[in-house]
Design a protein around this ligand. Structure first.
Ligand code: CTP
Ligand code: MG
Length: 251
């Protein structure tokens, strides 16, 4: 079966023809150290409401019917996953890299080895966003399924944005105020086709902190899909307390 390739495919994979329906895979980078979190070990294994953060994240993804499989990418020396996430039904790869971008790029190679095709969607979701709800993922998929580029959950900025000077700690001072109109905070999942995301990440290098930046660098405009404030990334010590409270009071 052949059909007209979307523009994006013509640009990234000129000779590609599509013979099967597009599938959605999840890829969860979980190879970080959590250096800002103040935790003793990697933050994805900190227990929240009785289970490791990563277990909450993977459990939510397992409840998204549109996802055909979830790949979790761990650090090569990870020895906690099997005990922290018993009974995980997805694919586990211990090929995490030195940066988030490298971890994701290594994971994409595994998905390709496992049979994911260039036109299949990959939803990259931070292990550290353990408050994700299945319906938010489904909403992203429904919104972007026919998009030529792909998209991500994100939030329009509510607070007034201040540019600080060189001091970032307690002595920080404002140099000027940034217009917050049209500013969004990027979350995850971020949803792109494998055949676009792989070359984008390879070209972008290690410094990009999300997939959209890599895709933007190729000249594309990913779609912003309004997410939820609760889908925040656990980054700082105080975030654990808030996440625990939210998880315990969920219905
Ligand atoms: N991540 C990864 N491989 C890396 C770095 C990060 O898989 N080399 C993952 C983290 O495990 C996390 C996600 O990317 O799920 C988002 O990164 P971040 O919140 O920055 O986590 P860490 O890098 O672990 O934390 P920090 O930056 O504070 O060290
Ligand atoms: Mg990091």
């Amino acid at each position: 079966m052949h059909f007209t390739l979307p523009k994006i495919w013509a640009m990234t994979s000129p000779s590609y023809t599509v013979g099967t329906a597009r599938r959605c895979f999840a890829l969860v980078p979980a190879a970080g150290s959590g250096s800002r979190s103040g935790a003793d070990g990697p933050k994805q294994y900190v227990e929240l409401a009785g289970r490791a953060m990563l277990a909450h994240t993977l459990d939510a993804l397992a409840q998204v019917p549109e996802l055909v499989a979830t790949l979790v990418v761990l650090a090569p020396d990870d020895d906690q996953f099997e005990s922290a996430v018993p009974g995980f039904q997805g694919i586990v790869a211990r090929c995490g890299g030195a940066s988030r971008a490298e971890t994701v790029a290594n994971g994409l190679a595994v998905l390709a080895e496992q049979g994911a095709l260039p036109h299949d969607w990959v939803l990259v979701h931070d292990a550290a966003r353990c408050l994700i709800r299945p319906e938010w993922v489904a909403h992203l998929i429904a919104t972007c399924a026919d998009d030529e580029v792909g998209g991500l959950l994100a939030l329009p900025l509510a607070d007034t944005l201040k540019q600080a000077g060189a001091d970032v700690g307690a002595g920080a001072r404002i140099t000027h105020t940034i217009d917050r109109r049209s500013k969004w905070a990027a979350q995850t999942p971020q949803m792109f086709r494998l055949g676009l995301l792989r070359p984008a990440l390879l070209q972008a290098g290690e410094d990009v902190t999300d997939e959209a930046s890599a895709v933007e660098a190729l000249g594309h405009s990913p779609r912003l899909v309004e997410g939820a404030l609760e889908n925040f990334k656990i980054t700082w010590p105080a975030d654990f307390v808030l996440a625990e409270r939210l998880l315990r009071t969920r219905t």
